[in-house]
Design a protein around this ligand. Structure first.
Ligand SMILES: [Zn+2]
Length: 342
């Protein structure tokens, strides 16, 4: 395929993604505004900020994660971050995204849970009203905050059920295994939340089995280490359980030693229900557009296969049927408009 031509096609294509963390997707310009607001001698311009986001190892990545979080000091900062992030997605021609956020991480900075949540919802809804994009919010209840208080965390989300469609489970997968969160997932399901869990990223296939069988997760965040268990691959295929695959993230966090070892191509060819996502685009330096270009250049995906991935994302989303139909129609209209009868 003519790569130059495909880059233009991917750029203009209406896109959908399901695995993106608000805290890792903000535009650097929005962080720079806060750095200037609160004063910081280390970083004076965008170039210096970009350099700060070149990570030497995972420990450095975590350090920078907390460094940047310290600049969100009042509700307006969070509202602006949420708004700017969604606008930046729309600028990539993303028409629908499901976005994780973890209010508990901001609560450490003394801002009440409700204040953080309402600021995020406000920023997201403002962007939606101004740009052609729809967002589904998923609250990450974060493994590292422990299972003991997880029901309390769910109680705090429940009043926002109109705006928060589901719950997710990020954080340290090995140290805080899925099985510890069975009770909160059972309760969340009773309350009508959609269920998704990170699994098969830092930990192996057992973690994915637990997310499916104990948590009843409807989708798996990552799931790439399912490749280590043929029985699990058969199960994922038979039940067509959607996987939120994030290739660049996996390579940056060294889940696989090289791009050639990443199973995305095998998963797709094998008939697994794969979606493609950017995870923490600002932190990892690759947004959804970059991910799709990477699939074409390094994993030899064709345009019909890219179209299939977008259709998978629409089908695996928690959007209602009406919105799914609208998203599908927009996709199809695009392919029709460029005269590629796919
Ligand atoms: Zn993630």
């Amino acid at each position: 395929m003519d790569i130059k031509n495909s880059v233009a096609i991917i750029k203009a294509m209406p896109k959908v993604e399901l695995h993106l963390h608000l805290e890792g997707a903000f535009p650097l310009e929005s962080l720079l505004r806060l750095i200037k607001k609160y004063g910081n001698t280390e970083v004076r311009n965008l170039e210096e900020l970009k350099r700060k986001f070149i990570f030497t190892d995972f420990g450095h990545f975590i350090d920078i994660w907390y460094w940047k979080s310290a600049f969100y000091r009042e509700p307006a900062d969070i509202e602006d971050m949420a708004y700017s992030t969604i606008v930046s997605l729309s600028e990539q021609n993303i028409i629908y995204a499901e976005v994780y956020f973890s209010p508990y991480d901001f609560v450490k900075s003394d801002m009440p849970f409700q204040t953080v949540t309402e600021a995020v919802i406000s920023g997201v809804r403002r962007a939606e009203s101004e740009y052609p994009i729809k967002i589904g919010l998923i609250v990450d209840i974060v493994r590292n905050h422990g299972p003991e208080t997880s029901i309390e965390r769910l109680d705090k989300i429940t009043p926002y059920k109109k705006d928060v469609i589901g719950i997710g489970l990020g954080g340290s997968e090995k140290e805080f295994p899925a099985k510890w969160f069975t009770a909160v997932y059972t309760e969340a399901q009773k309350r009508g939340f959609r269920l998704v869990a990170h699994a098969g990223e830092a930990d192996g296939p057992d973690s994915v089995w637990d997310a499916l069988q104990l948590l009843h997760a409807e989708r798996i965040g990552h799931g790439v280490r399912s490749i280590e268990d043929p029985a699990l691959i058969d199960h994922l295929k038979a039940w067509q359980i959607p996987l939120e695959v994030c290739v660049t993230s996996n390579l940056k966090t060294k889940i696989f030693p090289s791009g050639a070892k990443h199973p995305i191509r095998n998963f797709f060819d094998d008939g697994l229900f794969v979606t493609i996502n950017s995870d923490d685009p600002t932190m990892f330096g690759a947004n959804l557009t970059d991910e799709l270009n990477l699939l074409i250049s390094d994993y030899h995906f064709s345009l019909p296969e890219i179209k299939q991935l977008m259709q998978n994302a629409i089908q695996a989303s928690f959007a209602d049927e009406n919105l799914k139909q609208q998203l599908t129609a927009k996709q199809q209209a695009y392919w029709d408009s460029i005269n590629l009868s796919l």
